[in-house]
Write a protein of this length. Structure first.
Length: 278
């Protein structure tokens, strides 16, 4: 029996070792990727309903790995968080997105605002707000053009993350609550946090055309947003039917494949003419 247990234990330890080894490898490769140009940002339009004019963009990171192919941020952002690499990576993301925004505005292409995702660990890092201020100054981005997207979970615990949110709003940066409705304590947060934008999670948007629970929640969330004077963005809009229904129930901002996929050079930057998307 002792032998069998020992065997199981070794196998279990080997699995953990493999996971730890894989994570360490990915972390080391990510660090190298920051210098080698394998990481890049793509930008997805956020439009006004019903006409589809581009109001803002959200920046999203991509990793084109030489052997593994395109790796999803869902797979490497958590690794960057656990290894602490997110601090450096997050600064690179912010600088890249701000510089792109300023370049677009200078060439007369004007998505009004740029959304940048910030992870929980980054937000809680001492000096985060100071870093943002420095990047804004360096890239000459107008603070009011930047929207920092944070998840409910990142600000749930209070403390440093919440202080950072207040500091950011003090110098004019706007805050969006991402994946709204899927995290902790959604409505309570709205009483205390200086939030400007609610990004309503795509799980509520997906089934908005069906008469079900998700449609009821999507409707309630737009009422909460309107009542509090906040801007609600419907995420993950994939069809014209969804867009029309969202408009009907009161949404005026939307994002999703129906309006444009994330791209290095989005359509609005190739052709300024905005066309109706309905
Ligand atoms: P998120 O912030 O909620 O970003 C929205 C995700 O939905 C993106 O996935 C986007 O490509 C995808 N999406 C947009 N429209 C549609 C649609 O119509 N249908 C569907 N099914 N999906 C749509 P992506 O780019 O793979 O990013 C996944 C997550 O990774 C993001 O979720 C965010 O949490 C994280 N992430 C991405 N880029 C960054 C970054 O620069 N920094 C940080 N900290 N996290 C990032
Ligand atoms: Ca986001
Ligand atoms: Ca989201
Ligand atoms: Ca998400």
């Amino acid at each position: 029996a002792a032998k069998a247990d020992g065997g199981r234990h070794r196998r279990y330890a080997a699995v953990l070792d493999d996971q730890a080894g894989e994570e360490a490898r990915l972390g080391a490769e990510l660090r190298a990727a920051m210098d080698s140009g394998e990481l890049f940002m793509v930008y997805q339009p956020i439009v006004e309903l019903p006409h589809g004019r581009v109001e803002a963009v959200e920046s999203l990171i991509r990793w084109q790995h030489p052997d593994r192919g395109l790796i999803s941020p869902c797979d490497f952002i958590p690794v960057a968080e656990r290894t602490g690499l997110i601090v450096e990576l997050g600064e690179w993301i912010l600088r890249t997105a701000c510089a792109q925004h300023v370049a677009w505005r200078r060439s007369g292409i004007a998505p009004r605002r740029m959304g940048v995702n910030v992870s929980a660990r980054q937000l809680a890092e001492p000096g985060f707000a100071g870093m943002v201020a420095a990047v804004l100054a360096e890239t000459r981005m107008v603070p009011g053009d930047l929207i920092v997207e944070v998840t409910e979970t990142a600000v749930f615990g209070g403390g440093a993350a919440v202080r950072a949110v207040h500091e950011l709003t003090e110098f004019g940066v706007e805050i969006a609550l991402d994946d709204f409705g899927t995290g902790h304590s959604s409505l309570g947060l709205l009483q205390t946090l200086p939030v400007r934008v609610l990004k309503v999670d795509k799980s509520f948007v997906e089934n908005v055309t069906l008469a079900g629970r998700h449609a009821v929640i999507a409707t309630s969330l737009i009422q909460v947003a309107n009542g509090l004077g906040l801007v609600a963005v419907a995420e993950g809009v994939e069809t014209a039917e969804q867009a029309e229904e969202l408009y009907r129930i009161g949404y005026r901002r939307a994002q999703g494949y129906h309006f444009g996929h994330p791209a290095r050079v989005p359509e609005f930057a190739r052709n300024e003419a905005s066309t109706s998307k309905f």
